[in-house]
Design a protein around this ligand. Structure first.
Ligand code: GCU
Length: 341
């Protein structure tokens, strides 16, 4: 009996030790916060996210370790949105363009010629009355937007055909983002839309699968598109923001104090990224012109704009909920009109 009791006590002690070890281990284990994006480590978005990671690791380092995965290491943007939905990763940067398949509300920021100027664009995106109904629209899908990032102005660029008017797009295969609004925009402009992920564009250009694409100036340099495309035409058709989205459960499980610190981090990301953006675009333009031999063209924007305007009506008709947001943006357009007017 004595020996049995001894063994029982020993067993209980071992069990307790195991439970304690597991418990203590868990308490010490830090949560890895994974953030994915599709840009290089030189890109303003990566620089902003590195500042965000440093801030959170400094403030909440006893509990969280933020890790940033650039260059589609975690997959294409569409893959990363799905990983964020399920909580396999915690955050990712997605172009507003691809988010419209998760909520129709996102269509608004994909409209061509929505913003009259960069100032109107920034003021609208900084106004929570404008962004909140959109940023919160995907909660049922398991994620929400926490801040926006500048992705400049999107323009057409082609391998060897200068685009001076929409007529020049006729018969050209142009890569667009995977968004119905962008496909419709290309149809209205007369070109042939080839939707594909960002990572596939360079090889498609090189292999003559497409004749051109549309993006900001950084795509020429940072993604090498300017090695293949020699004409970049400032038709200024879109200002599509990039959006940092977060897994909803992760965000909801943060304590009020932690959430406040994460929110400071999102603001820091936003301001660092936007500051870096201005410098990055200037450098990209310089490099494209002087090292890659890209010619920049400044066509009359009006014919492009006229061709695209029916899209405003059709998007608003199909989703009247976004009309008040559209109207608020028009107020910013009046306040900050186009410098060309
Ligand atoms: C820009 C934007 C990216 C997007 C890319 C694209 O680079 O910042 O978020 O993925 O355009 O055209 O797909």
């Amino acid at each position: 009996m004595k020996a049995r009791k001894k063994w029982t006590v020993l067993l209980a002690v071992m069990l307790l030790a195991a439970v304690c070890l597991a418990g203590c281990g868990r308490a010490e284990q830090k949560k890895i916060v994974r953030i994915g994006h599709n840009q290089s480590t030189n890109h303003p978005t990566h620089i902003g996210l590195a500042a965000f990671a440093e801030y959170i690791n400094e403030q909440l380092g006893d509990k969280y370790v933020v890790e940033v995965y650039p260059s589609e290491l975690l997959g294409s943007q569409t893959d990363m949105v799905q990983l964020t939905q399920t909580g396999a990763i915690d955050f990712c940067v997605a172009s507003n363009a691809i988010l419209e398949t998760f909520s129709k509300n996102y269509e608004i920021f994909n409209l061509p010629y929505l913003f009259a100027s960069t100032e109107a664009y920034h003021a609208a995106m900084d106004d929570a009355n404008v962004t909140e109904p959109i940023f919160n629209a995907t909660e049922k899908a398991g994620f929400k937007a926490v801040t926006w990032l500048d992705a400049g102005t999107r323009n057409f660029y082609t391998v060897d055909k200068p685009i001076n008017s929409p007529a020049d797009l006729k018969g050209l295969k142009i890569r667009v983002q995977q968004s119905p609004t962008n496909i419709e925009m290309m149809r209205l402009l007369g070109g042939s839309a080839n939707p594909m992920g960002f990572g596939e564009v360079y090889t498609s250009l090189q292999a003559n699968i497409i004749d051109g694409a549309e993006n900001n100036e950084m795509a020429l340099t940072d993604n090498g598109h300017g090695d293949v495309c020699k004409y970049y035409s400032y038709d200024m058709h879109q200002m599509v923001p990039d959006i940092l989205i977060g897994n909803l459960t992760f965000l909801e499980e943060l304590s009020a104090e932690e959430l406040a610190i994460f929110e400071e981090g999102f603001d820091l990301l936003n301001s660092v990224q936007r500051e870096e953006w201005v410098k990055a675009v200037e450098n990209a333009k310089d490099k494209a012109q002087n090292e890659q031999g890209v010619t920049f063209i400044y066509p009359d924007q009006e014919p492009f704009k006229e061709a695209c305007m029916p899209l405003h009506d059709s998007v608003l008709e199909s989703n009247p909920d976004i009309q008040p947001i559209y109207d608020m943006i028009q107020e910013y357009n009046t306040l900050y009109p186009s410098v060309e007017e």
